[in-house]
Design a protein around this ligand. Structure first.
Ligand SMILES: *Cc1c(COP(=O)(O)O)cnc(C)c1O
Length: 399
């Protein structure tokens, strides 16, 4: 019998990725994630972090972490259901629920852990999950962990969602529960889900609504309260609001907000929450400080939007297509993957850090440079970045 070689696939498959230029080449940030930062030994303008409000550098967040290390130590010592449930974790959840205008909130280790832990518990066999075709990978993994049936509706197409839900009504035996899931802001295009229409359609079909607002929090709505606030929706209309502290909040951690029942159910059932260590106290303390900042310093969200309007208008004025972007995620459409990679490399040489997004993350002919605006970029940062973008666009004959 031929002997099986158990590990050669690792190198073979990795080299195939390198060959196809689909491997990740990791850049190294040598210092804080700030508008002017040092990457791979070069001083560059950062146009690709999710640190929308630059809160990761805010003195109140940094001091809160230092203080919490002094009072509570470096780690929590356990998972939360056993001995790792600290007063700081509870304070964070209370503050978040007030910020979100929800009855209760639950903090997970990451946003990924929230989606992967909760979605498969909300549904089981005999249920149906209906998902926007462009939903985030952590939602896709959460859906795959569920025994429920699955259906996909065309991106942001509430009319198609309605058709899918109408068809679901005819299923026999009737579905016990139906869960509709969408990203709030889609991270490749910077467009906003039609959550109002999604919620109405779901309500008409007795379906629950789950929104992943990772890119809407700190960006959309009253004082950065997110997409539910943006559309003025209620908790009766959107029952599960999921988010992350790793983006605009500037720290790390996932969360869900909704009814007390949702939180009690989620914490008793999500295995990612029950079986994985809780946040170090410094993380919880910095997240609390981030909420403090959002509640008391409205200028950060204002600056983010004024930078976004200025930058998007300038890029469009050069003749670039920014697709369906209406948020601080501003894709610069290039088309060809090779051109997009070349564009990004040249930008880096000119001191601007922005990543190319290519197939398979987007369609083959829709490669782009994805820029992400930041509240802390100054006028001169923006103008310098824009000059480099125009120069490379001309070099590559795109504008
Ligand atoms: C980033 C992101 C997540 C994951 O959040 P983490 O807290 O970083 O794990 C989930 N959903 C969406 C839409 C995201 O963009």
């Amino acid at each position: 019998m031929a002997r099986r070689d158990p590990v050669s696939f690792l190198g073979v498959e990795y080299r195939a990725l390198v060959e196809a230029e689909l491997d990740w080449k990791l850049r190294v940030l040598e210092g804080p994630s700030s508008p002017r930062c040092r990457v791979d030994g070069s001083d560059v303008i950062m146009l690709c972090s999710n640190n929308y409000l630059s809160l990761s550098n805010h003195p109140r967040l940094k001091q809160a972490a230092i203080d919490a290390v002094k009072t509570h130590g470096a780690g929590s010592g356990s998972v939360r259901p056993i001995a790792g449930n600290m007063d700081l974790h509870l304070e964070l959840e209370e503050r978040l629920a007030v910020f979100k205008g929800a009855e209760a909130s639950l903090v997970y280790q990451t946003g990924f852990a929230a989606n992967a832990g909760l979605i498969p518990q909300l549904t089981d066999s005999g249920d149906l999950i209906v998902s926007d075709e462009l939903n985030h990978g952590s939602i896709i993994d959460g859906v795959r962990l569920s025994k429920a049936d699955r259906a996909v509706y065309r991106h942001s197409d509430a009319a198609h969602l309605e058709e899918v839900l109408d068809a679901a009504e005819r299923h026999t035996p009737p579905y016990r529960r139906i869960l509709v899931i969408t990203d709030g802001v889609f991270s490749m295009d910077g467009d906003i889900a039609p959550l109002d229409k999604v919620a109405t359609t779901a309500r008409d079909h007795g379906a629950m609504v789950y929104v992943d607002d990772a890119h809407g929090e700190g960006v959309l709505g009253d004082g950065g309260r997110g997409i539910v606030s943006h559309f003025g929706l209620t908790r009766e209309e959107v029952q599960v609001e999921m988010g992350t502290f790793s983006k605009a909040f500037g720290v790390v951690g996932g969360h869900v907000s909704g009814s007390r029942d949702l939180v009690d159910f989620a914490l008793n059932r999500s295995r990612t929450w029950l079986l994985s260590g809780s946040h170090p106290p410094s993380v919880a303390a910095s997240c609390i400080a981030a909420i403090d900042v959002l509640e008391t310093e409205p200028e950060h969200v204002r600056n983010l939007w004024s930078n976004t309007e200025y930058f998007r208008k300038a890029v469009q004025g050069m003749g670039f297509d920014t697709g369906s972007s209406v948020t601080p995620i501003v894709p610069i459409m290039i088309g060809d993957s090779g051109d997009a990679k070349k564009f990004s490399r040249r930008l880096f040489e000119l001191g601007v850090f922005a990543l190319p997004i290519v197939f398979p993350m987007v369609a083959r002919d829709r490669a782009r440079i994805r820029t992400i605006m930041n509240a802390a970029l100054s006028q001169s940062d923006l103008d310098e970045a824009l000059a480099a973008i125009e120069r490379v666009g001309k070099e590559i004959d795109l504008v």
